[in-house]
Design a protein around this ligand. Sequence first.
Ligand code: MN3
Length: 250
Amino acid sequence: MKKRTFIKTGAILSAGTLLSPILACKQDTSQTNAATKETVEAKPTGPFSLPALAFGLDALVPNIDAKTMEIHHGKHHAGYVRKLNAALDKSQIKDTSLVQIVSSISDSDEDVAIRNNGGGHYNHSLFWEVMKPGGGSMPSGVLKEAITSTFGSLEKFQERFSKAAKTRFGSGWAWLSVDKSGKLFVSSTPNQDNPLMTQVVDQPGTPILGIDVWEHAYYLNYQNRRGDYVKNFFNVINWEAVAERLSKVG
Ligand code: MN3
């Protein structure tokens, strides 16, 4: 829609130039400004783009409903990507590694747009990857050993993770991450922060599993029952993806 508007504006500008050079000159300034503004707003690409889902919108039903997936991925996540690209466009940041960008975020006001939208893009990209239809079978191998040696048992890990998700006040995320000594830990962060943000979180690390506990992630299906959503999230965890993330840390 916006792209089309921009093309139209460009066409009007060209027509004006042909019809009357003087008028076009006068109009040029305002229309160039308008066109420039539209270009920024309509910019369909930047360093980042919305990743496609590996499964259908209804694939996680009944644990996560199709409408929630549609809005969450197509509107919320797409919005973070768009705003991140716009924020980077105005910033001095030349880095195109999302992990580098997110890891470098500070507490300063200047970083707010990149903190919220870079975090939003990173977090949601991870979120879609650590879920799958028919998921939820228990982890195995190295990941299982790491979880049981850290938390005592898989059940105790689930309790700890669920508590972090349920008790996060307001909007945010709960995480299973790996610290720099290679040890697993559970934490939660507000808004779109995550454990990669070394300068802003209490417990820095590399997240390997995360659950979005913003109301937009569950409210259509669960309303205020965040606990039920968190419980059912365990039916769709893609443990192979979590294990793969663990294997890449370090
Ligand atoms: Mn979300």
